[in-house]
Design a protein around this ligand. Structure first.
Ligand code: SF4
Length: 355
């Protein structure tokens, strides 16, 4: 496996062997350890000495269920600490398939405001990087940009990108990954890492793993047995089975539960109970959709190989999709915490944040 280091200062890259300290790490274990090892705690998070690290979870790229998770790490412009932010996306298994354990973005271009994209492909023997200008996408709605990128690079690529919030250096900006429909709806949302990516002049990473060898197994047969067992267990549990709690109500299934426990973030964290909780719950999303579409809608997978399939879609009264998906966190942050109990309004705000 490799560490792929990309220096945005002169747009160069190098492939390194993975040092022993990182060999058994992946995902947040790797991103946080590498940031701890290599990023000076006193550096400015949006300056050249911060690093942005992408790493797939250690089971990504295998048939282990729900393992298509990517972790991003760096010094957070929001907290000043080591940040880990996670998303479910096909980007993760594609990175693992190329045997890239860590993708480390370093430095920053001397010319401020210049944006580039990294086009990462497999050259037959190892990963190959091209740097392409990305000025034409700056300031654009990510839904528009992702459609253009898929038209340009083909349907098999995976994309990580930053939108306007990142370009403007917002400390709450995210990195957007593609979902199964190739839309920018899967977010590494914590800690403002979108601003870190944008500060490096990096607008997109477009990854095409076609031809790459895939992950290595120590004992493939044993691994497949374990994965099968795990898939079967998830398929039977009330929380994770088809038409179970998560597949029916999504992560917003937590709204009523946590509200009852008195810990639902409400009105800027002043209380833990929200009178309108039931109106913005996962149950309400399911019932609204059923009423508006005239049929029951169950949730879908955000990434390949997920058997839980917890990603919801919120539909408008006219049956058109408002957004996919409204997660528990966005539900309370844009809803209860602002005193808003209007599900459609919350869904529209999520869509705005996605852009
Ligand atoms: S659909 Fe839900 S359970 Fe499945 S990987 Fe995505 S976030 Fe996790």
């Amino acid at each position: 496996m490799w560490m792929l280091r990309i220096d945005m200062t002169d747009r160069s890259y190098k492939l390194e062997a993975v040092v022993e300290r990182y060999q058994k790490l992946g995902g947040r274990g790797l991103t946080s350890t590498l940031v701890y090892d290599e990023v000076a705690p006193t550096c400015h998070p949006l300056g050249p000495n911060n690093k942005l690290v992408f790493s797939a979870g250690i089971l990504s790229g295998t048939p282990a269920p729900s393992s298509a998770r990517i972790s991003i790490g760096g010094k957070s412009p929001l907290t000043g600490g080591i940040k880990e932010s996670n998303a479910g996306t096909g980007f993760a298994p594609a990175l693992a398939k190329m045997r890239i354990k860590g993708l480390v973005i370093e430095g920053m271009p001397a010319e401020k405001g210049e944006y580039w994209m990294i086009h990462l492909t497999w050259n037959g023997a190892k990963p190959k990087v091209e740097f392409l200008p990305a000025a034409e996408y700056v300031g654009e709605d990510l839904y528009v940009s992702y459609a253009k990128l898929y038209a340009r690079f083909g349907k098999r690529v995976h994309v990580a990108g930053v939108g306007k919030a990142g370009e403007l250096g917002y400390r709450n900006s995210c990195v957007a990954f593609n979902d199964m429909r190739r839309k920018p709806t899967r977010f590494s949302g914590r800690g403002g890492l979108g601003a870190v990516m944008a500060s490096k002049g990096l607008k997109f990473v477009v990854l095409n793993s076609e031809g790459a060898p895939g992950v290595e197994y120590a004992d493939k047969e044993l691994f497949m047995q374990g994965a099968k067992k795990l898939r079967a267990a998830l398929g039977e549990h009330a929380l994770t089975k088809p038409q179970g709690a998560l597949n029916t109500y999504g992560t917003c299934v937590l709204v009523n539960i946590i509200n009852e426990a008195g810990a639902f973030p409400t009105r800027n964290f002043r209380t833990g109970r929200f009178a309108g909780a039931a109106k913005i719950s996962g149950e309400a999303i399911f019932e609204n959709n059923k009423q508006r579409l005239g049929r029951e809608i169950y949730n879908h997978a955000c990434s390949p190989g997920c058997v839980i399939q917890c990603s919801n879609t919120v539909y408008a009264e006219n049956g058109e999709e408002i957004v996919s998906c409204v997660e528990y966190e966005s539900d309370w942050a844009l809803g209860a915490d602002c005193g808003i109990d209007d599900l459609d309004a919350i869904a529209k705000m999520v869509k705005l944040c996605n852009a």
